[in-house]
Write a protein that binds this ligand. Structure first.
Ligand code: SAM
Length: 204
């Protein structure tokens, strides 16, 4: 997609995945005509599906080669999950709203996306039983990386997350080296919904 190139995405595997997975299959039916716009689109519970260029930049920062086990926090309607499934070996995704998660599962099934598991729960707690993860993508904002995600990231793993108050933050890439998660680079300023949970913001 042109908007992803303009935003600076250079990884050809990521660009091919964006081209291969139709976003129109992962937005509310009444918004299909807007699916090719590079804009967030509303989904239930005052949430949104992230705009394509931002999704692609965040995924690019994970540096996926195809062999990884990935954890995504904040499934939304599943487009980012489907892209991750294109680019990694195994994808686990956690969504706090059961109805949103169910729609994501249907969207992924309809698009023949395998190797993905959508779990309903509090993503700030991660998924200890499936850890460690080679890459973690958090698609909602908090002021710091939740501690369980730090411990569930494999050594040499990458974690990408918007850091800030919710509504105005910076997407940051972290890497784990010898047990420590280190801020590697700022990817892009962004506006995200809040990460709500035990290690995030209190339930609204
Ligand atoms: C920006 S939206 C959707 C992002 C989605 N990956 C996409 O590309 O469209 C973020 C999602 O995170 C979910 N969320 C917020 N806090 C969460 C938590 N603690 N655990 C799981 N999901 C959470 C919201 O319900 C929302 O669906």
């Amino acid at each position: 997609m042109r908007a992803c190139r303009i935003a600076g995405v250079r990884d050809e595997r990521v660009l091919q995945a964006v081209a291969a997975v139709p976003r129109a299959s992962f937005v509310p039916r009444e918004l299909v005509d807007w699916a090719d716009e590079d804009s967030p689109l509303p989904i239930p519970h005052d949430q949104v599906t992230t705009q394509p260029s931002l999704v692609a930049l965040m995924i690019e920062a994970l540096e996926l080669s195809g062999t990884e086990k990935v954890l995504e926090i904040g499934t939304g309607y599943g487009w980012q999950t489907a892209l991750l499934a294109h680019l990694a070996e195994e994808v686990w995704s956690i969504e706090r709203f059961a109805d949103i998660a169910e729609t994501a599962r249907e969207n992924l099934r309809r698009n023949g996306t395998e190797r993905t598991q959508v779990v309903v729960g509090d993503g700030t707690q991660g998924l200890a039983e499936s850890a460690p993860f080679d890459a973690i993508l958090v698609a909602a904002a908090h002021t710091r990386v939740p501690e369980p995600l730090v411990s569930q990231l494999a050594d040499d793993g990458r974690l990408v997350m918007p850091i800030g108050p919710g509504g105005r933050e910076i997407v940051v890439k972290f890497v784990k080296t010898r047990g420590q998660v280190i801020r590697a680079r700022d990817v892009i300023p962004a506006h995200f919904v809040r990460l709500v949970g035990q290690h995030g913001f209190p339930t609204d």
